[in-house]
Design a protein around this ligand. Structure first.
Ligand code: ZN
Length: 272
């Protein structure tokens, strides 16, 4: 059911959570100010909404929960159940579809009850010359020709962005598979970055700063900011790493992002 398997941390979280509870969404980070909001968290049987609320209480970070459609949430009944189960809690409620066509599973009225939809482009059909469907979060993703891969990856990114289904946040931007990650700064040419930013701007989408992947980098964020695009923080966690956001906070400060540079879903949620 889960896209990624993470090692469970030892039970030292309590001693690491040294930050005092904060009473509002915004927290000072040096001289800068931006929302401590992690909009990319998955719940599991062992990492429950109560576990998440405990982290929120201890750190002041607020959260948005997402489900990948097609598993626990797969039709109107299960989507409604999912939304209803989270409404009593001070969290935003989202979906993270994994492929275009997902909205056919649900009625538009129910989709409209969601706070946001987040989608990435990590499944690449025919991503190599062996015709394989690549799931690029896997460390054994096989790439024979980086330029060929980048062409296919760009096409998939643009398809996800331009897909005519509800979408608010583009996730995992510029993430590269392990085998070519060392070439990040040469493979992400200015032209490719501009194409992505233009497409995101055209569709009025927001950009996830991904804490797990440490993407995107400073230059891309500044280019997107220049075009007036907004950002979100996303940890893509399903355990007690939720809300740490160390990379997000670091790069947001470096890029001088302010609260107005962030997308925050419009629904008013209570204090945790
Ligand atoms: Zn996710």
């Amino acid at each position: 059911m889960h896209r990624r398997t993470f090692l469970k941390n030892a039970g030292i979280a309590g001693s690491l959570l040294a930050i005092s509870p904060l009473s509002c969404t915004f927290a000072k980070s040096g001289s800068e100010e931006f929302p401590l909001l992690d909009l990319h968290v998955h719940l599991t049987d062992s990492f429950t909404i109560d576990s998440l609320m405990e982290i929120s209480k201890n750190t002041g970070v607020r959260f948005g929960v997402v489900e990948n459609p097609g598993f626990r949430v797969r039709d109107d009944a299960t989507l409604e159940q999912y939304i209803e189960s989270l409404l009593p809690y001070p969290v935003y409620i989202g979906l993270q579809p994994m492929r275009p066509g997902w909205s056919a599973l649900f009625s538009p009225e129910l989709i409209a009850k969601l706070d946001y939809v987040l989608m990435d482009a990590q499944t690449i059909p025919s991503g190599n010359n062996y015709g394989e469907i690549l799931q690029i979060w896997n460390f054994d993703t096989y790439i024979d020709d980086p330029e060929y891969f980048m062409e296919k990856y760009m096409a998939q990114i643009l398809q996800v962005i331009n897909n005519d289904e509800p979408l608010n946040i583009f996730g995992w931007p510029l993430f590269l598979p392990v085998c070519i990650a060392r070439d990040y700064y040469t493979l992400w040419t200015e032209d490719r970055m501009q194409q992505i930013i233009a497409a995101l701007k055209n569709k009025k989408l927001n950009i996830e700063i991904n804490d797990l992947a440490h993407t995107p980098h400073e230059k891309f964020i500044l280019m997107a900011k220049e075009e007036g695009l907004k950002f979100t923080f996303g940890s893509d966690t399903r355990d007690n790493k939720a809300g740490r956001l160390d990379y997000c906070k670091y790069i947001a400060k470096k890029c001088n992002l302010k609260s107005e540079d962030f997308f925050i879903p419009s629904r008013i949620i209570g204090k945790s």
